[in-house]
Design a protein around this ligand. Structure first.
Ligand SMILES: [Zn+2]
Length: 447
């Protein structure tokens, strides 16, 4: 402890107080007083990220740094100690091989995270919530994983000359240390929405011309912007975020569908764009790097308005399917400023599948059969949307169309192009042989 000259002057004037203060100070220094305790730790891992959450008794001063040979992350906590040994962590799935701790300078705590390889660490403190107390979060990003590269749709998806699949990004809400809402029977939103997402994934996979991608693949948390960024990196044609509501009134029930509202999108999306886009990125197929700022913002607005219109379209298709399987909370698609829906160029909807806080709906949401029903309703809505709005170059855009034969084309070539069997082509057009005439019109059947 150092005294500033001001303090010294102050002490000189109040002579009698000095000895009292000194005695107090001595007592404090003699006996180590631990201000904070570390009460436990939880850990979640995604393929390229591990999050450790330490429960602490109060906010602590901390420092995080990396060491090499072997790779380690050191976390120093000032004036803190472990309440008990930290155990029960599942290291094999994580970026860690172990976690050690030791006392430092008598009153401080050093924790060492032994690593499988190089990481980029980040740390922050979280204030108490209803569920948790103070927390120290350490995020480790695998240093080998590069940000997902922007790939062209054809390269990502199909061989040259062949129609591509539409990509449906499925986002199970919450995860990891964010359980989302919970029901009276202890059902956690993060678990039921993952189960529903997996059902939807299975169904989409079975559809010809559609491909699912899961935004969250396990029980870990992903930031909201990261979720939508991932959908864009994966060149999704549609983004569906799946959630379950909770409300203090246990009577509230029914599913609802949300899309982004116009005004909430405006400034934030532009900010996000400015901060995150690099020059190679495309918004709605228009490269922005060679446009001036004003034009770029106009293009962005156009793209966003079109995206919101498309989102409303797919949202209302999904909502009308949800109406068929049960009660809905609101009869119309609602609009709100959900961050996860703010992609400027990927139509995005958020489905609140029901109220987990409602006894009856909690039971439904836990049931495999009902989860499947919800997934089926979502798929139907999505199919209806794509039947009318299939993106150019996709297999769905080519379905049930006519093809006029040009020179050199063969039945097998056309079958390959539309990804149908030759047999289906023959029977749809009453062909008895593989011979084709130039100018002949073939009906391309739905498969
Ligand atoms: Zn939620």
């Amino acid at each position: 402890m150092r005294y500033s000259p001001l303090h010294t002057t102050c002490f000189r004037r109040t002579g009698g107080l000095i000895s009292t203060l000194t005695t107090l100070l001595m007592a404090t220094l003699a006996m180590p007083v631990f201000a904070a305790t570390v009460d436990g730790v939880r850990m979640w891992s995604s393929p390229d990220n591990t999050r450790l959450v330490f429960d602490i008794s109060e906010a602590v001063d901390h420092k995080v740094f990396v060491l090499k040979n072997p790779h380690r992350v050191v976390v120093d906590l000032k004036n803190a100690h472990l309440l008990h040994k930290l155990a029960g962590l599942d290291f094999p799935k994580s970026l860690l091989t172990g976690l050690r701790s030791a006392k430092r300078h008598g009153t401080d705590l050093r924790m060492v995270l032994d690593l499988k390889g190089k990481v980029r660490p980040k740390s922050f403190l979280l204030k108490p919530t209803q569920r948790y107390g103070h927390r120290l979060v350490i995020d480790l990003q695998d240093a080998r994983s590069k940000p997902a590269k922007v790939v062209t749709r054809t390269a990502a998806n199909a061989t040259k000359g062949q129609a591509r699949d539409v990509i449906v990004a499925i986002d199970a809400g919450h995860g990891g240390d964010d359980p989302g809402a919970s029901g009276r029977r202890g059902t956690r939103e993060k678990d039921v929405v993952m189960a529903i997402a997996r059902e939807l994934e299975k169904l989409v996979k079975k559809q010809r011309g559609m491909r699912p991608v899961m935004i969250r693949q396990g029980d870990y948390y992903l930031g909201l912007r990261k979720r939508m960024q991932k959908a864009r990196d994966l060149k999704a044609d549609l983004f569906i975020s799946i959630h379950a509501d909770a409300f203090r009134d246990g009577r509230a029930r029914g599913a609802s569908v949300f899309v982004l509202s116009q005004n909430s999108a405006t400034s934030k999306a532009a900010q996000w764009l400015a901060a995150n886009e690099n020059s190679a990125d495309l918004i709605g197929g228009v490269s922005l790097d060679d446009k001036d700022d004003l034009l770029a913002s106009v293009l962005l607005d156009l793209s966003r308005n079109a995206t919101i219109a498309a989102s409303l379209d797919v949202g209302s298709n999904v909502l009308s399917e949800l109406k068929k399987i049960g009660r809905v909370h609101k009869r119309r698609v609602e609009q709100a400023g959900f961050v996860v829906l703010k992609s400027p160029d990927v139509p995005s909807i958020l489905v609140e599948t029901g109220f987990i806080s409602n006894r009856h709906e909690e039971k439904n949401l836990r049931s495999k059969a009902y989860q499947r029903k919800l997934a089926r309703a979502m798929l139907k809505g999505v199919k209806t949307y794509f039947a009318n709005n299939a993106p150019a170059g996709t297999l769905l855009a080519m379905d049930d169309r006519q093809h006029v034969i040009r020179r050199g084309e063969t039945l097998s070539g056309i079958a390959q192009q539309y990804r149908v069997t030759q047999l289906a082509l023959r029977s749809a057009n009453g062909l008895s042989s593989d011979g084709l005439r130039i100018g002949q019109t073939l009906r391309i059947p739905m498969m």
